[in-house]
Design a binder for this molecule. Sequence first.
Ligand code: DSN
Length: 421
Amino acid sequence: MDLYKHIRKEDREIYRAVVGEEKRQKEGLELIPSENYVSRAVKEAMASSLTNKYSEGYPGRRYYGGQEFTDKVEALAIERAKKLFGAAYANVQPLGGANANIAMYFALLQPGDTILGMDLSHGGHLTHGHPVTYLTKIFNFQRYKMKNIETGEIDYDDMRRVAKKIKPKIILAGFSAYPRELNYKKFVSIAREVGALAVMDIAHIAGLIAGKAAKNPFDDGFDVMTTTTHKTLRGPRGGMILVHKDEEIAKKIDKAVFPGFQGGPHMHQIAAKAVAFGEALRPSFKKYAKQIIANTKAMEKVFKKHAARMITGGSDNHLILLDVWTSFGISGGEAEKLLDRAGITLNKNAIADDTRKPMDPSGIRFGTPALTTRGFKEKEAAQVAEIMIEVLTKRDEAAVKRAKQEIKKLALSHPIPESFR
Ligand code: DSN
């Protein structure tokens, strides 16, 4: 079957880039913990004629005609999202995770209000108040940190002390580079004590929560969760906001997403979200979510055996943050390039209180969602970790060449699946 026969005929340059990327994904191993492979059904939804349609508004309340099918698509996406996460309300229109977070802030805060979120160098995200974002011109972001970098324990006492002093409107949990489970009950109790809402950005672990391999913050009383849909959740690129119970909050969120912040929703993407949520509701998704963690644990064991320094000492989720500067004497940037040449894609990452610069920090961040989608089990995950150690230790052409061959073999023997039944 030639999936790209029309692009090939109409636009040679884009065709070459598309098939080039497809080959790269097939022959190499994807260890960026925020990436994954979607099913053929999700791709088909994204390639559908729904992309032609304008649908400002919400199901049953649109500004344009011709919404017979778009209403059905969005209503299904909402219903499935609610079921997956135990939410009373879901907004599936955010175009990405950053959009979801921005709309959430606009819905729940006034300019000048304070948010208490995870320190960025301790695992937080750009949209949690990095000075390079415009959000910091509008809202006041304050930080909490880990108490102990070697175990990952958050300093909840300091969080409570600071919260009492600065009176945040939101206590924000969530991360893009933190490998441990959070104590959600503590977040909620501090939020209640100071009259703040408890919000969690679950982007990285949404698939683990949906697959019941990680705790659901709603079970411990969180009010709102934001997420992307394309990481562990294995859907199309996109975002979503979930509201636990409160109808007033849900109304504010809907208004903030549209017309407050975004224009017409991308209905082809929403259809693809619905398809992915349907896949995540199947029993096989639970197995996948559990295997992600088993595979991370298998990698963790190898790094422990080689006495490599992992931030927080290891991982409870899908990702590992490795201090390559202390462990192997090379920077995160060099390690990223070296492993890339061997067919292993991951990213350089700052570690907590990093002494090196963000563009060439001390760490690398990697994880197992995409490997798990390819059918990797503990044995193969451990093998990848051994190959990484070999390359990072030897760092010569022969080691890179050997690793590249082994990685290609592993990749080709675990083809990217088209369906997850
Ligand atoms: N780029 C995403 C990640 O890799 O974590 C978050 O924005």
